[in-house]
Ligand binder design. Sequence first.
Ligand SMILES: Cc1ncc(COP(=O)(O)O)c(C=O)c1O
Length: 398
Amino acid sequence: MISARGARYDNPDGIVDFGNAENFLMHNLMTEYINHRRPFQWKLCTYNEGATGSTRLCSAMAGLVNDYFAPLTPISADHITFTAGVTALNEMITQVLCNEGDTIMLGRPSYGSFNKDLVLRTDVQLEYVGFNGADQFAPEVVDVYADALKQARERGSKVRALLVCNPHNPLGRCYPQATLERLVDFCVSEDLHLISDEIYALSIFNPTAQFTSVLGCGKDTPEYHNRVHVLYGMSKDFAGAGLRLGCLISRSKVVNDAIRPICRFASPSEISGFLAAELLDEKDLVKSFIEQSRKALFQSHRFAAGLLHEAGIKYYWPVDAGFFILMDLSSFLPLLETNGDAWAAERLLSKCFMDQKVDMSRGEVYHDERPGQFRLIHSFDQNMIIEGVRRIRKVLGI
Ligand SMILES: Cc1ncc(COP(=O)(O)O)c(C=O)c1O
């Protein structure tokens, strides 16, 4: 028998799982697309060209990047290295850029799994940078990072890289070009690498928002090429987390050459790579997939935000992209029950949500500066959102 969690879709007593950020709205289209292929050719049963993605897959991805990421100069297949997901790549890029004991800097809040993925097997430290209420997407954020870098260096840390997530998880905002230009210049001048996780690049649903990739920033010189690295994959924009395909996009030959040998421990599946290459090569299909996804995300975000508004729940705003809404439940924290310890109260509230069978990531895991932030996933059908919000309201007593 399967668990209540496993049966969540047709079991009203199951868990409403807002834990993983996936585009559930587009799975049908992706499934339909895959089922119309007849992908099994004998080559897909072999190691084929090796552990870093076939030339065809890398070329197809380069095509997507050139069409949608506006790089300064065209990206080609040899700038791309595939692995079995960005999760694996996060560890690999850390291993390649950092020695044991080195530090990677990143802003707060940050995608919760960076915590594990960059650290678990690398012996690298993370330096979380807080903004104290300042806008972390404004160009002036560079001064905050510069300050944090100076302090970390004074403490003896060897900071090797700055990691940003653009569009941001969990805030759902895009970095403006002016900010990225300053961040790229800052990293080059401070001898840092800039790692940009752009896994939500095409899941922008705010019609007034614009995605800028760091591949389109800085200068077209080796100094910049060697410092700027993008992480991308099929999990989010193409509703294909189960394909397990992630890739490094970097003009640095040194970095690609260093990553490729360790890809053998997390090599992309040939069948997944084939399906992705077929899809990416069909440019009209990609365009229509992205357009449909954006429309669906616009609607699901508006619907979920409307329910939260009705309930008097505050949430992070404005939002451009992604599948999530960061709710501010700080005014609902059960502080009396935790002797005023707000982080303990956040943990307790999270437990109450789980008791009511609604699973959400929470701010402490994201190294948020403020206790009481919970991430709701809106990329579901409306019934799931209604049921999730109903349970959230029950716990909050509103
Ligand atoms: C910012 C970010 N990076 C990476 C990942 C993991 O990607 P993958 O499925 O390619 O391992 C996620 C998944 O939630 C994510 O939100």
